[in-house]
Design a protein around this ligand. Structure first.
Ligand code: SAH
Length: 399
């Protein structure tokens, strides 16, 4: 099984620090470690490079050592045993001119060498027959990597498109916010998971391109649809802003859709999106709050059904109340509202309330809120609850 830990880039001297930073552009998870004294700028400092090598090796951390291969061999030699148990270990010349995979060839060292090589513009020096295929990567046509930005749907695997499932099966690297990566699993031991915080979308997108430009198959995971308040835009923006030619020419980029939260919640409640509607995110992380209020005002004036994403969070407790006050100036209190919480996930809850009844404390960040228009209606459902729908006609006779 491959090591799932982030690699350590180890510098012996200050000359290696610049090379370490170039390597890190393709391996953003990696920490730069150095010898205290000569490499004071390193993020983690060690008193002895040999002891650091041995410690990382024992903890199964993939090692990218910017020093002579002999230094690594002398430090790790006494520890070597079963080849299947060793983490990837690479020796890299301090000036970045050579990348030599030494250990862990069956546990990810080949892929890691390719990524490091791509970051340094160096072809790795493969020395064993298993890697012949790669050893021949300048005169042969360059292997194109694939970057698929996929939507998982709301959560349950039944609502995931078969194409998305197939893409997850073929991918070698899976990148995304850790909650969604967990939803996309389980994964095989040969697949490499890069889970991250939700706020680092552009870093994640660049990381994905760096891997794919090195010939890897990469999946970037979003919940719902990747094009709706999710990763597809970040990936395209990263490509648009990049002046790295290989990202444009050597990466096959595909975006595979998923069922969005509003669609899934709407289907559970009936058909509230049956006529014109709009989706608005209430998050003011990436746009000013007055813009959000202005858009809500226009959408309400136009009598559109509204699907509200990111409706409330601990950091933004007051905005939803202000948004509802605005909507109540346009819509009757009896207007049906659908609250879909964790739709398609364990603990799913669909509730139908009226705009008059709706209070912000009925809603959290895992809820999508669908506010009906003047024509949206509801009626009792046999067995409990109610159906909600918006007729397809508006301002004309239905027949
Ligand atoms: N790309 C996603 C949306 C991401 S924005 C999609 O297309 O669904 C995150 C917001 O989406 C959440 O705050 C919530 O409002 C909504 N959301 C995502 N998944 C949801 C689910 N399973 N149930 C209810 N709301 C969900």
């Amino acid at each position: 099984m491959e090591s799932v830990l982030a690699p350590a880039i180890l510098c012996l001297g200050p000359e290696g620090l610049e090379t370490a930073r170039r390597i890190r552009a393709g391996c953003p998870d990696a920490a730069i470690r150095g010898l205290a004294g000569p490499v004071e700028d390193a993020e983690i400092r060690h008193d002895s490079i040999e002891a650091a090598l041995r410690d990382l090796y024992r903890r199964d951390v993939p090692i990218i050592a910017l020093c002579a291969a002999g230094t690594v061999i002398r430090a790790l030699g006494p520890l070597l045993g079963d080849g299947l148990a060793e983490p990837p270990v690479l020796a890299v010349a301090e000036d970045g001119s050579a990348v030599v995979p030494l250990l862990g060839l069956r546990r990810g060292a080949v892929a890691l060498s390719r990524i490091v090589g791509a970051s340094l513009g160096t072809v790795p020096a493969f020395t064993s027959p298993e890697e012949d295929e790669v050893q021949c990567r300048p005169s042969a046509p360059r292997q194109r990597g694939r970057l698929a930005v996929i939507g998982l749907g709301p959560g349950t695997s039944g609502l995931m498109a078969p194409e998305v499932r197939e893409e997850l099966r073929r991918a070698r690297h899976i990148i995304g916010y850790e909650t969604y990566v967990r939803m996309a699993g389980p994964f095989r031991p040969d697949q490499i998971i890069h889970a991250s915080d939700n706020r680092v979308e552009m870093d994640r997108a660049r990381h994905a391109f760096a891997l794919a430009a090195g010939g890897e198959d990469v999946v970037v995971v979003s919940s719902g649809d990747p094009g709706i308040f999710a990763m597809a835009s970040a990936v395209l923006e990263a490509l648009h802003l990049s002046d790295e030619p290989s990202w444009h020419s050597d990466v096959e980029l595909v975006i595979l859709p998923g069922i969005s939260a509003a669609q899934a919640a709407a289907a559970r409640a009936g058909a509230p999106l049956g006529h014109d509607f709009c989706t608005i995110s209430l998050s003011d992380n990436l746009k000013p709050w007055p813009v959000i209020l202005d858009r809500l005002d226009h959408a309400a004036t136009a009598d559109l059904v509204l699907a509200l994403y990111n409706p409330i969070s601990v950091a933004r407790p007051w905005q939803l109340g202000e948004a509802l006050d605005l909507l109540r100036r346009h819509r009757a209190d009896a207007t049906p509202v659908v609250l879909g919480r964790d739709v398609g996930r364990p603990g799913e809850r669909i509730s139908v309330v009226t705009l008059g009844e709706l209070r912000p404390d009925m809603v959290d960040m895992r809820t999508v809120v669908i506010v009906g228009s003047s024509t949206t209606r509801s009626f009792p459902r046999h067995g409990g609850g109610s159906w909600v729908y918006t007729p397809r006609w508006y301002g004309v006779s239905p027949d």
